[in-house]
Design a protein around this ligand. Structure first.
Ligand SMILES: Nc1nc2c(ncn2[C@@H]2O[C@H](COP(=O)(O)OP(=O)(O)O)[C@@H](O)[C@H]2O)c(=O)[nH]1
Ligand SMILES: [Mg+2]
Ligand SMILES: [Zn+2]
Length: 365
């Protein structure tokens, strides 16, 4: 499916974007990115663009975000190769920047749904030889992923390669019991079984991002969902170079009208906890969140506070010890991440203030 402006305008949030960039600007959406070059679709088609000098300056200061796939932008009407402004985001999908501990890189923006692609569990393999194909599966990793997602992005766990397991219904019941309140789809990208349930979750106007480890079957799934023929691992091996053939992030249009963003090379464990992360922690651990309502203190951290209903539930076996420990670990990470974010915000504010002082001085004021 070739992407055009009609695929973008069915986004129910688009009305909020109208005024960015002033009267002589044209609204567009970033649909692909490779380094600093952005591919933007607008009412006049697809163009390559980069930030204007002024926007680049503001990005450098940290007072404007680095543009990402999924961003709504204002294009200069005359020079459609120039991005003037970036619209406020309704959600962001971010991860820690490699090698830097105090900042996050937004991988894509304005997404509604995250498809967390992993394999079905190896213990359910139909044949022992299929176990290595299924080794990606880990309940703790899914838990961690969901708990570090922007609360405005709905998680959907996609268990792929279900053609290799027996008794899918039993596997689903076991996983739903281990991850209460989490949406799970069981599919086979290879045979197409169950893929319809993903289509239903990405209706016209919605934007989904696809993430997961290499080898979990993301490319095969994108091909299945879009009807395209992008490269999968086996092809990559055949081409003999042994490296990723796709590096850039890209938006694909689905036949039913939804949009799907591919993020090659993103590992889910590096995610950056976004604002309101405590809500997200509650969503990832629904049963703990529910029981926590009975703790004596409303801000109970379920560590050593008296009258903690969560610890009582762990003792009585209502909450498993694994889930409890995993909760505590993620709670701690959220706290560290929130501190980092605050530090970053303070540094940015200071930089912006310094820059505006210098501008005033250079104007002789
Ligand atoms: N049996 C089975 N194999 C699959 C399925 N989906 C993908 N694969 C295989 O898993 C390998 C990795 O798939 P690929 O789509 O390249 O994974 P990616 O690295 O996540 O993009 C390839 O050999 C695929 O043929 C599936 O549903 N069932
Ligand atoms: Mg791939
Ligand atoms: Zn408690």
């Amino acid at each position: 499916m070739k992407l055009d402006w009609n695929d973008i305008t069915c986004d129910p949030h688009i009305d909020e974007m109208e005024d960015i960039g002033g009267a002589d600007a044209m609204l567009g959406r970033v649909v692909a990115q490779d380094g600093p070059i952005l591919e933007v679709v607008s009412p006049r088609g697809i163009t390559l663009a980069r930030p204007s000098g002024r926007l680049a300056y503001l990005i450098g200061l940290g007072s404007q975000p680095v543009p990402a796939v999924g961003d709504y932008v204002a294009l200069d009407c005359e020079h459609r190769t120039t991005v003037r402004a970036i619209a406020p985001r309704r959600s962001a999908f971010a991860r820690m920047e490699a090698g830097r501990r105090t900042s996050a890189q937004v991988v894509c923006a304005n997404v509604d749904l995250a498809l967390i692609v992993t394999t079905a569990p190896p213990a359910a393999a139909r044949e022992a030889s299929a176990r290595t194909e299924l080794r990606d599966f880990s309940v703790r990793r899914i838990e961690r992923f969901v708990a570090t997602l922007d609360p405005r992005v709905h998680p959907l766990v996609v268990l792929n390669k279900c053609d290799l397991i027996r008794d899918a219904a039993a596997v689903r019941r076991a996983i739903e019991a281990e991850l209460p309140g989490i949406d799970v789809c069981m599919v086979s990208a290879r045979t197409g079984e169950g893929v319809e349930s993903i289509h239903r979750r990405i209706p016209r106007g919605a934007t989904a991002v696809l993430v997961g480890s290499s080898g979990s079957g993301k490319s095969t799934l994108i091909n299945r969902l879009t009807g395209l023929a992008i490269r999968t691992s086996s092809v990559r091996e055949i081409d003999g170079r042994g490296r990723h053939t796709t590096t850039g992030r890209r938006v694909y249009a689905l036949p039913e009208g939804g949009l799907l963003i591919d993020t090659p090379g993103i590992r889910e464990v590096q995610l950056w906890a976004e604002a309101d992360a405590t809500d997200r922690l509650g969503a990832a651990f629904a049963e703990i969140d529910e029981i926590a309502a009975d703790c004596r203190f409303s801000d109970c951290r379920h560590e050593d506070e008296p009258g903690c209903a969560v610890r009582a539930a762990v003792r009585s076996g209502r909450i498993t010890r694994e889930r409890y420990l995993s909760y505590l670990e993620l709670q701690k990470e959220h706290q560290v991440s929130a501190e980092r974010r605050e530090k970053q915000d303070r540094l940015t504010a200071r930089r912006v203030a310094r820059a505006s002082r210098m501008r005033r001085r250079s104007r002789g004021g």
